[in-house]
Design a binder for this molecule. Structure first.
Ligand code: CMP
Length: 139
């Protein structure tokens, strides 16, 4: 089914000017960018967005990293978009990521791993609504 997922191009990638190369990988896989903005997250936003990880030892480091430089938040649409996006990203830890994936090619470490993507339909809906209003989604 036609699905939407939420994506973040993280600070390590925006800093190295990799936004276009990353978006090209999504588009080549059949995903369409239906909303996109470059923002600098506030600490409160990062902490709320990653709230499910608040008890993890890396939570502080994760939030500081995500606010360290601008990010690009996007909504991607396509057939099976959630799974497709995860396939194109590759495993969370770049050392486990399959060849040709974004994280294999660009990520620097498990923390600075270039992209975030929603893991399920419910989280996709929540994450999209966290950053975008309905009017900003143009399918
Ligand atoms: P993301 O999909 O954005 O969701 C949570 C993030 O936590 C994950 O990607 C990783 O970048 C980050 N993360 C996971 N494990 C670690 C770790 N051991 N150290 C630092 N960051 C981590």
């Amino acid at each position: 089914a036609l699905e939407r997922t939420f994506s973040i191009i993280k600070p390590d990638a925006t800093r190295r000017n990799l936004t276009g190369k990353i978006v090209a990988k999504f588009e080549d896989a059949g995903l369409r960018v239906v909303a996109s903005k470059r923002i600098q997250m506030t600490l409160a936003q990062a902490q709320a967005f990653y709230g499910v990880h608040s008890e993890r030892p890396f939570f502080g480091e994760l939030c500081e990293f995500m606010i360290s430089e601008p990010v690009v938040v996007q909504v991607l649409e396509g057939e099976g978009a959630i799974a497709k996006n995860r396939e194109v990203m590759g495993a969370t830890n770049p050392s486990d990521a399959a060849a040709g994936t974004i994280r294999a090619e660009f990520a620097e470490s498990v923390g600075e791993n270039s992209v975030h993507g929603s893991d399920a339909p419910e989280t996709a809906a929540e994450e999209i609504a966290f950053f975008f209003s309905g009017l900003e989604l143009v399918g």
